[in-house]
Structure formats: C-alpha cells, structure tokens
Design a protein around this ligand. Structure first.
Ligand SMILES: Cc1cc2nc3c(=O)[nH]c(=O)nc-3n(C[C@H](O)[C@H](O)[C@H](O)COP(=O)(O)O)c2cc1C
Length: 341
C-alpha cells in the first residue's frame, strides 16, 4: 500500500462512527472516541485506564511540550478534551458519564452509570468529524442564534466563552496574535520543539500516529531529510503573520475560553468546554482553528487579558477562530494499545 493510501486507511480506521446503544457497553470504543479529541501539537498526552464502571485519563508527561506549555496547562486541557468526547460517546451507549479531576490521583476520573435517558446525540455523531481546520474560511457571518448556541456550548463550571465578530475587535485580536507569532517564531527553543512534532510526509505521520501532519494544513509532502533543511527557512514570523492575518479576517468570529483561576481543575474544565464547542460547531457545519499565541507567550498574556477586560482572577485559556470553510484531511492517532494501561 502506498503511504498516501496507508494514511487514508489509518484515518478511516480510527474515525468510524460511535457504536449504537444496541451494541452494549464497549469501553475500548469509548477510548477510541476519546482519543479522537484535540490535543496540543497532536501530542495525545494521555493514557486511559479502565475497570467495569470507570475510565481514568492519566497525564502522559513523556509527551509534554516544555517550551510552549511550561506549566502543562495545555496538557491538562487536552485531557479535558478527551473526557468530553467520552461523555458524548458514552451517552450513545446508554451511559451517563460523571467527570471529575482528582487532584490526589492526578487523573481525570469518569464514572459510568447505565441511564435509560442517555442516547446518541448530534455531538456524539460529530466526534469522528471534528477537526481543527487550519485553512482559510469563507468570511460568511453566523447569525445571532448560531453564535449564542456556540457560546452556550463553550460554557462550563467556572469557564465562560467570549465571542467577537466585530471587524475592529478581530483586527485588535490579530495584532495580539501577531505579537505572539513574532515572539514564538523568533525563539530557537520554540522552533525546535515545534519542528520535532511536524510530520512532513504521510509515511512519517503513519509511523508515529501523532504530531502535525503536513497535509492537515495543506502543506506538500516532503521527505524527512529535505524537511530538516526547508522548515527552518520557510517557517518564519513574517509568513505566519501574513497567514494568520488573512485567516482571522476570513473567519466569522473569534471565541476565547476564559476560566476563573488557573490550575489543573479549570484547565481540564476548559478543555471540556472547548471540545463541546467544537463538537457543537461541527454538528452545525462550522469549523474552528486555534490562535493561542497571546495566551501562550507569558510576557504577552497580561496585556491581552487587560484588553479582554477580564474580572479579577480570570484568565484567558484558549482562543479559536471559527467560520465556514473547506474540510481538511483528518489528523491521525496512535494505536489504542499504545494509549491504554
Ligand atoms: C490545548 C490545545 C492547544 C492547542 N494549541 C494550538 C495552537 O496554538 N495552534 C494550532 O494551530 N493548533 C493548536 N491546537 C490544535 C492541535 O494542533 C490539534 O488538536 C491536533 O493537531 C489534532 O488535530 P485535530 O484536532 O484536527 O484532530 C491545540 C489543541 C489543544 C487541545
């Protein structure tokens, strides 16, 4: 099989729809659907442990990104994303899923209980189709009802979602993002970390089952040796600033996920809120892509949070642009045996 069709086969295998309630409880399927969640740099920094009624999602610190995510906030948000997928996949199997981050265990604990009221929903169906769409959108606005639905989906316990659609606000956000691009793409440590997670061709993406596959952001396939030469030349602040400026302008709006406090419990909850927002958006035919730069660069975050006029103790955790646009190729995941303990 060529590496191109091996990529498509691997993506299809992982992205089967959730099984129906008639198939009974299938914990392995819940793990598969959980691992289709978003994660920072597609690191998939999780391990799933199961017994009859409980799934634990444990942080996998061997997959941390110390430069972009020194306090592991994105890592815990990624665990929250996986937990949210499991909540909706479990409902499709007739199970209620109660999620809690247990500080002593340092694990996201999901208790499953049979519940005749739980059934499949649009959000469960959206799990295999959700993606971060790193492409230009078509600038079509969303109506007020759609915006309210998305904001509601992104709201949780101590987490709220701010939505900006006004062109002046989008331009101001673009300035903050581009200050972040300048800082990150001028930092040799940040660049080295990013390049380590780029999979420049299908063979590399299939072999690892993780990382940022070039094709998901429309990049041509490049052999590994050539990528090592080309990436440092083409990945530059100026080019990224141009791309993000156009991409934000092409978006219907920007959503910012804001938490009360800044610690693992709210990071997990923020991940859940983002993933629920993304599943709802997918069900509505709306795409999204992260633009976290002014949140990730510690020196820029206070000014960005001042611009947002957050309340005392609140912090910006994640930011995405959203809108309508093309579907891009799906990203891959590692085999289930690699993420199960
Ligand atoms: C906490 C978190 C932070 C992320 N940060 C960024 C980011 O700064 N820029 C970006 O382009 N994508 C970001 N992503 C998206 C991931 O790159 C994406 O989820 C991953 O590549 C898997 O692709 P998929 O979501 O399309 O399945 C982030 C995802 C998560 C969960």
């Amino acid at each position: 099989m060529s590496s191109v069709s091996a990529y498509d086969a691997a993506a299809d295998r992982m992205r089967q729809p959730p099984p129906s309630r008639d198939s009974g409880t299938d914990l392995r399927e819940l793990i598969r659907l959980g691992s289709l969640a978003a994660s920072s740099h597609n690191t998939q920094p999780w391990k799933f442990a199961t017994n009859d009624e409980t799934i634990r999602i444990l942080p996998d610190f061997t997959r941390r990104c110390p430069v972009v995510d020194p306090d592991d906030a994105h890592l815990y948000k990624s665990l929250g994303c996986a937990a949210e997928n499991i909540v909706h996949a479990a409902a499709a199997q007739g199970l209620r899923a109660d999620v809690e981050y247990d500080r002593d265990e340092d694990a996201v604990v999901i208790e499953l209980t049979a519940d005749p009221d739980c059934r499949t929903t649009e959000l469960a169906d959206a799990i295999p189709r959700r993606q971060c769409t790193k492409a230009r959108f078509d600038a079509r606005p969303l109506d007020d009802a759609q915006l309210a639905t998305l904001a509601q989906a992104g709201t949780g316990n101590g987490v709220r979602t701010l939505i900006f659609t006004d062109p002046d606000a989008k331009r101001a956000i673009t300035d903050h993002v581009n200050q972040g691009n300048l800082a990150q793409l001028s930092d040799p440590h940040w660049r080295t970390e990013l390049f380590a997670w780029i999979r420049p061709n299908d063979r590399a993406a299939v072999a690892s089952g993780d990382g940022l596959a070039g094709r998901t952001s429309g990049q041509p396939s490049v052999p590994n040796f050539l990528a090592r030469l080309i990436l440092p030349v083409v990945v530059k602040p100026k080019a990224q600033i141009k791309t993000d400026t156009v991409n934000i302008e092409s978006s219907a709006g920007v959503a910012i996920f804001v938490s009360d406090g800044d610690h693992p419990t709210v990071w997990v909850e923020t991940g859940r809120c983002y993933e629920r927002f993304a599943l709802r958006a997918t069900a509505m035919g709306v795409r999204n892509a992260f633009i976290n730069q002014p949140i990730e660069v510690a020196a820029l975050r206070p000014a960005f949070e001042r611009w947002l006029e957050l309340d005392e103790g609140e912090h910006a955790q994640l930011m995405v642009r959203f809108g309508t646009g093309p579907q891009m190729p799906f990203s891959l995941r590692r085999p289930l045996d690699d993420v199960t303990v």
